[in-house]
Design a protein around this ligand. Structure first.
Ligand code: ADP
Ligand code: MG
Ligand code: ZN
Length: 415
């Protein structure tokens, strides 16, 4: 597949001068019709890795994506760039569907986004075959993992679709751990090994910090106040806490809204829209807030409670600074968090092996929280990525203090 054609499209359709790290190899493999599993950090530019090959290949690329909002955004952007694309979702009007089917019958449409629920309908595979489906792309592929918090049962139907169509499949996710990767290979590729791309986890523009909870509410308010006017997310361990903290932030004179899966869909949409539109809004949320958020200039992410795993931590802080400009992440934690997370794992009903793995992921996060050296070295080390001290984490900021605290002899000598 001509690399030149790829570069020309990159420039002319997307208006980008160059590929981001990792993109080009993935684009090439997908364009060549290989089965691909690409693990790339949030904001790394995964969409391009299936959109561009769709234009290099003959036929229709079917894109499975978990959120209607994500699909519509991508279709809108593609259409604006002159690419024929459409989305088949339950939110479509009959007229939209008719226009879409016409485009598909005429073979004009290059990318068709499908909500996973569509796969449950009889005749979907036959229709896709008729429309010339020649490749499948699966966005947010970790949604096939039964034990992840984004599990979507209909993702389990994708493997059968791939077999029915007999076309290559490319899966994309930011969730890196080996267990999830194995689940993806098993369920989407039927165990046949895809070409795996796995690299580039560092987000050097995000400053990393951890702090022990002493006066949690005050810590959150102080932190948010010092960043007033800059968009941020405060992640909480429970729904109730999001509401209490949002209220406290408002009383402190800040713009803040709560967000969790228990809110009415309208309230959630409103919070998402405000966050997208306003400059300095704070969303106080559970992990339900995130996957659909595509705001490049989130300047800070604070965890008011310890996340449940390194993966969760990484995904959540990864929402900050997608524009590449400086951003910050601070995580508060205390003994209660650890107890809460442990009991959530123990009482979660997962098989024993899974519980053990989950405790391991929690322990790994605690290892980063308690690290006396560079946080980034510890975090990237978890993803098997080697790095040197980053100069952009709280421990790198104050090496002397760490040295003193861990070296009582020195304190004695200097007293
Ligand atoms: P991901 O799905 O991996 O989180 P996206 O596909 O949403 O990432 O891309 C994140 C941002 O990066 C988008 O704003 C996108 O336009 C931009 N982007 C992607 N590829 C490039 C590139 N080669 N050059 C410049 N910007 C890019
Ligand atoms: Mg994406
Ligand atoms: Zn560091």
């Amino acid at each position: 597949m001509g690399g030149d054609a790829g570069h020309t499209l990159l420039r002319e359709v997307w208006g980008f001068d160059s590929f981001r790290p990792g993109q080009e190899e993935i684009v090439r493999a997908v364009a060549e019709g290989r089965d691909v599993l690409a693990v790339m950090p949030t904001g790394g530019g995964k969409s391009l890795c299936f959109q561009l090959p769709a234009l290099l290949r003959d036929g229709l690329t079917v894109v499975i994506s978990p959120l209607i909002a994500l699909m519509r955004d991508q279709v809108r952007a593609l259409t604006a760039a002159g690419v024929e694309a459409g989305a088949y979702t339950s939110a479509n009007t009959e007229e939209e569907n008719e226009a879409l089917r016409e485009g598909l019958r005429e073979g004009r449409i290059r990318l068709l986004y499908l909500a996973p629920e569509r796969l449950a309908q009889a005749g979907t595979a036959a229709a896709l075959r008729r429309w010339g489906a020649s490749a499948i792309a699966v966005d947010e592929a970790h949604c096939v993992s039964q034990w992840g918090h984004d599990f979507r049962p209909d993702y389990l139907r994708i493997g059968a679709l791939r077999e029915a169509l007999g076309v290559p499949l490319a899966a994309f996710t930011a969730t890196a751990d080996e267990e999830t990767r194995e689940e993806i290979v098993e369920r989407l590729f039927g165990g046949r090994e895809p070409k795996v791309f796995l690299r580039g986890f560092d987000r050097p523009n995000i400053h990393l910090g951890f702090a022990l909870k002493d006066s949690p509410r005050k810590q959150v308010i102080d932190y948010a106040k010092r960043r007033q006017g800059r968009a941020g997310i405060v992640y909480c361990g429970t729904r109730a806490k999001t509401e209490v903290l949002a209220q406290a932030l408002r009383e402190a004179g800040l713009e803040a809204v709560a967000y969790h899966a228990g809110l009415e869909p309208d309230a959630r949409r409103l919070a998402e829209e405000r966050f997208q539109r306003e400059d300095g809004l704070i969303v106080v949320a559970t992990v339900a807030f995130g996957m659909g958020v595509d705001k490049p200039d989130i300047r800070w992410v604070m965890h008011a409670d310890l996340p449940k795993s390194v993966e969760g931590y990484y995904q959540e802080i990864g929402r900050a600074g997608r524009d590449g400009l400086p951003a910050e992440a601070l995580t508060l934690y205390g003994p209660e968090d650890i107890r809460l997370r442990r009991s959530q794992i123990d009482e979660g009903g997962a098989p024993e092996a899974r519980k053990i793995a989950d405790h391991g992921r929690l322990n790994a996060l605690l290892g980063i929280a308690e690290a006396t050296g560079c946080r980034r070295v510890a975090l990237l080390g978890y993803f098997d990525e080697a790095a040197g001290p980053c100069g952009a984490c709280d421990n790198c900021d104050r090496p002397a203090e760490v040295f003193d605290a861990t070296t009582p002899a020195r304190m004695v000598l200097s007293a």
